[in-house]
Design a protein around this ligand. Structure first.
Ligand code: CAA
Length: 389
């Protein structure tokens, strides 16, 4: 049975902060960010958005192209949860008017949980004829101001519709995964920003990649030339170059892989890290921008979630995939973002909600279709914004 990604779509809020501006403020050469870590801009979360609104906005675009009553589960992958008990997906389910006979769950393991959710979705689809599962990956990457991680912030959501006979990509069964208990990146419940040992986390990422690649090759008996394209979890886009260097010791092969991966970096380099969504943003960018037709090509995908769990798997791009992409909407979304000045960046960064149960109405900032309207008696309130989808 062919199961895989039927449709893919992303959303990011309509505000960004330029890394050139950040470099000026932090007194470092702009090239450190543009070349050294490979980032141009970071999307910034306005006060009236969160992982729920980003996820719902991402999924809305693909729901218009499917029958909602086939969706039997919504899996919401995030490490920026808004409640310790209730799944962010329950709010999304209501905002999107999904059918009642739909299960909802939230998954967490740093940036990895989107990949587990995708594989779980495949299992669910295989159990129920004609069913579909909506996987939403949505996150806000946030580090301390003035820390090394600050330049790798960002936010965004990717929605994946998983079904039998998919329109975009069939996911293959072979998959290599490993887990180890390390402290490279984490965020205790009482903190709003992550703690990270940046250099160590990069080394652990590359170690995990190496292990998964070896295991995948053994399992699948495939050679590197059988994998035409590669997508990675991208905390910053220069990570792709480090990953390729790790996998391809031959200079020519490395250079050719580096140029092949370039179209897949375009969304990530302007949005920044989006944790669970990052790998799928890389895939979305590859599908939207690769000049040559990708039909029949095998894509290898590497997922890494600090802490850590990692997985390497692959998929085949299907005939006619390019008729089902949402490139126009994605491009418009990025083109319409507003550039924040430094003070506005700080204001967004420091925005905090009351924690004492008082009613709070969030001022209008976003022009997304859904927005976080405020709090009442500790309950989060969401609404459809006053604009057409
Ligand atoms: N021009 C060009 N390049 C320059 C430069 C200049 N003027 N100045 C410095 N550079 C280069 C450096 O040589 C270096 O290149 P190499 O990596 O090839 O050595 C690069 O820019 C970065 O410089 P530093 O290593 O000095 O950077 P840093 O220590 O200040 O921060 C970072 C880099 C560690 C990635 C930091 O941004 C960070 O901590 N980020 C958050 C953690 C992270 O993203 N970890 C990745 C793996 S963990 C993961 O994947 C999960 C996740 O999503 C968090």
């Amino acid at each position: 049975m062919a199961i895989g990604i039927d449709l893919i779509s992303f959303y990011t809020p309509p505000f960004f902060f330029s890394l050139d501006d950040l470099a000026k403020q932090r007194g470092v050469p702009a090239e450190k960010y543009s070349t050294g870590i490979g980032q141009k801009e970071m999307s910034m979360l306005p006060p009236d958005e969160d992982v729920v609104t980003m996820g719902a906005n991402a999924a809305l675009q693909i729901l218009e192209k499917t029958e909602r009553n086939r969706i039997k589960a919504l899996i919401f992958a995030t490490e920026s949860g808004i409640d310790q008990s209730k799944s962010a997906g329950v709010f999304v389910h209501k905002l999107l008017d999904l059918p009642k006979d739909c299960r909802i769950i939230e998954t967490k393991q740093a940036c990895y949980s989107g990949t587990f959710s995708l594989r779980a979705a495949m299992g669910l689809v295989s159990l129920e004829k004609d069913s579909q599962v909506l996987v939403i990956t949505s996150d806000v990457a946030r580090y301390d101001l003035h820390s090394a991680g600050e330049a790798t912030q960002g936010c965004g959501a990717v929605a994946l519709l998983v079904s039998e006979q998919p329109r975009l990509m069939q996911i293959e069964t072979e998959s290599a995964y490993i887990s180890e208990d390390v402290m490279d990146f984490w965020r205790p419940n009482y903190r709003q920003s992550a703690i990270v040992d940046g250099q160590y986390s990069t080394r652990v990422y590359l170690h995990a990649l190496n292990e998964c690649w070896k295991k995948y090759s053994e399992l699948s008996k495939r050679l590197p030339e059988h994998i035409h394209q590669l997508c990675f979890h991208l905390p910053f886009t220069r990570m792709a170059e480090k990953a390729l260097k790790q996998l391809f010791r031959c200079k020519e092969e490395f250079q050719s892989r580096l140029s092949k991966i370039a179209p897949g970096l375009l969304y990530n380099e302007t949005i920044g890290n989006s944790y669970t969504a990052s790998l799928y943003l890389n895939l979305c960018s590859l599908l939207d921008f690769n000049e040559d037709n990708l039909e029949g090509q095998r894509v290898g995908l590497f997922s890494y979630g600090s802490g850590f769990v990692a997985e390497f798997f692959s998929g085949i791009i299907l005939k006619g995939y390019n008729k089902h992409l949402l490139k126009e909407q994605h491009t418009r979304l990025l083109a319409n973002r507003k550039r924040l000045n430094y003070q506005e960046y700080l204001d967004f960064y420091h925005f905090a909600l009351p924690q004492d149960g008082t009613s709070f109405h969030t001022p209008y900032f976003t022009d997304g279709y859904f927005r976080f309207a405020g709090l009442d008696a500790h309950k989060r309130l969401y609404e459809k914004a006053q604009k057409e989808a």
